[in-house]
Each structure stands twice: as C-alpha cells, then as structure tokens.
Design a protein around this ligand. Structure first.
Ligand SMILES: Nc1nc2c(ncn2[C@@H]2O[C@H](COP(=O)(O)OP(=O)(O)O)[C@@H](O)[C@H]2O)c(=O)[nH]1
Ligand SMILES: [Mg+2]
Length: 250
C-alpha cells in the first residue's frame, strides 16, 4: 500500500526539521509531499533541498501565493492522490512525531477503513502535552463539531489524518474549502455527506486512534484572534454541508 503524507508549510524555514521528514520516508511504501504555501522566508528552497536528496521519496510543491492551511492541504492531497492508495496530512512542527504518524499508517494498513484520525487523549502512561487553555477550547469545539457531524469524533482538530484514495475522497476534495480554520470538520462532513451516486460514509468507516505522543510545539501560526472566527466559520460549514447532503440525495 502506497501512503503519502502531505505537510503544509508556511514560513517554516526555521521550524521544519528535515530529519523528521527523513524518518517518515525511511519506512517502505511511505512518501511525502511538502507544500510551500507561498512562504515569505526560505521555506521553498529548504523543501526543494530535502526533496533533492530523498531519492524520489519526497516531493516539493510550491504554491505561488499564500492560500492558508486548508487549501495548501487540499492542493497537496490532490497532487498525491494519483500515485497513492492512502493520503494524509500532518503539521510541519511534527507535534505528532514521525513514529506516531507511522503508527497511524500501520493502523490504516491493518484496518482498511476510509479514514484514520489521530486523537489527542491524555491518559496515564501516554505522552500528550497540551496547554490547559488549548485543551478546553479544543474539547468545547470537538463537542460542537461532533454534534454537527452526527458522529462520535473526540478530536476533530488533531492535525494528523489519513484517508483512503477513491471516489469518496475525490468528491470531498472537488471544490475549495470554504473555511480556513475548521476545514478538518468540513472535510469529514463532506465524506459523511457522500455525493450524487456515492453512498455517504458511515461512522464505522472512520476510526480514531488515540496517540501515544503529542506535544504543543512553540511557534504556532494560529493566532488567538483567529479563534474568534471559529464559531462563525462552523455555522457556515454547517450550512454548506446541508447543501451537500441535499445534493447527494438528488
Ligand atoms: N497558520 C498558517 N499555517 C499554515 C498556512 N499554510 C500552511 N500552514 C501550515 O499549517 C500547519 C499549522 O500548524 P501550526 O502553525 O503548528 O498551528 P497549530 O495547529 O496551532 O499548532 C503548519 O504546518 C503550517 O506551516 C497558513 O497560511 N497559515
Ligand atoms: Mg503546531
């Protein structure tokens, strides 16, 4: 099974650690697409240097201007899909470390479901470190998002997700995301809504896997001011998903 991880990168020249990308592609069958999202720093040349020494396992994709994480991820997934059986995305700060991304890859291979989502559940013996504020904001958000999607998903916002390549994913990526900050919910909602001629996915098609390790890495590019837009964006996503559900049934 060919698995491609997409890593969106916006001004990541200082934060992206090439050795982490290399440890991902060290696993057989795993490749990486690094997407430069119109960065203003040296990110693109760093991504090209990593790709050049990767023996074809890493591709660098440069977007001419900054389009935001959602659209950078969508561009990367679409570029990866023709030569992969499974595609996914993760953040450039490797808050989910490469060994955990590879464990998710293994779960996808083993379970053969439509989607595997990393989930940050702090349990004894696990190495999950989040600031209390981010944890509680995340819990409130996850509860609303899960209710909106009508499926149980504990952590919609963990930046580590894998999807089976096929008609469902193609349909879900067919048009730009309307939301910049809550596109994970929009993507899951699109998969669950289905499309004309395609059955909607059921909750059993999506599996959440609790991570063993996750940490808040400094230098987050999500500003607190952006969080104020989240409830508004969620309401818009709910409306657009309703339109998709109706279209899927028509
Ligand atoms: N904030 C932001 N992140 C972007 C953009 N385009 C791509 N990204 C990437 O999206 C990911 C966001 O992760 P991060 O900044 O750590 O935010 P966090 O989710 O708050 O930890 C990183 O890999 C960024 O490089 C963009 O326009 N803005
Ligand atoms: Mg981060």
């Amino acid at each position: 099974m060919r698995v491609t991880w997409v890593i969106p990168c916006f001004n990541e020249a200082k934060r992206l650690d090439p050795s982490q990308v290399e440890s991902l592609v060290a696993e057989s069958g795993v490749s990486v697409v690094l997407v430069d999202d119109g960065s203003k720093d040296e990110t693109l040349s760093l991504l090209e240097a990593i790709a050049a020494r990767s023996h074809g396992r890493v591709r660098a994709l440069g977007l001419p201007k900054n389009v935001g994480k959602a659209e950078a991820v969508r561009a990367g997934l679409r570029a990866a899909m023709p030569s992969a059986d499974v595609v996914g995305y993760a953040d450039a700060d490797f808050a989910t470390p490469p060994h955990e991304l590879l464990r998710l890859t293994g779960e996808m291979r083993r379970r053969g479901v439509q989607a595997v989502l990393g989930s940050r559940v702090a349990l004894a013996g696990r190495d999950i470190h989040r600031s209390p504020m981010r944890h509680y904001l995340g819990r409130a958000f996850g509860t609303v998002a899960s209710w909106m999607l009508s499926v149980v998903i504990y952590d919609t916002q963990c930046g580590a997700k894998l999807f089976k390549v096929g008609p469902h994913l193609e349909a879900a990526l067919d048009e730009p995301f309307g939301s910049r900050w809550v596109f994970d919910v929009e993507l899951l909602g699109r998969l669950l809504a289905g499309a004309p001629g395609l059955a909607p996915l059921g909750s059993g098609d999506i599996v959440e896997v609790p991570l063993e390790a996750w940490k808040d890495v400094g230098g987050s590019k999500l500003k607190l001011s952006a969080m104020a837009k989240v409830p508004f964006e969620l309401a818009q996503v709910a409306r657009r998903l309703e339109t998709r559900r109706r279209r899927a049934l028509s």
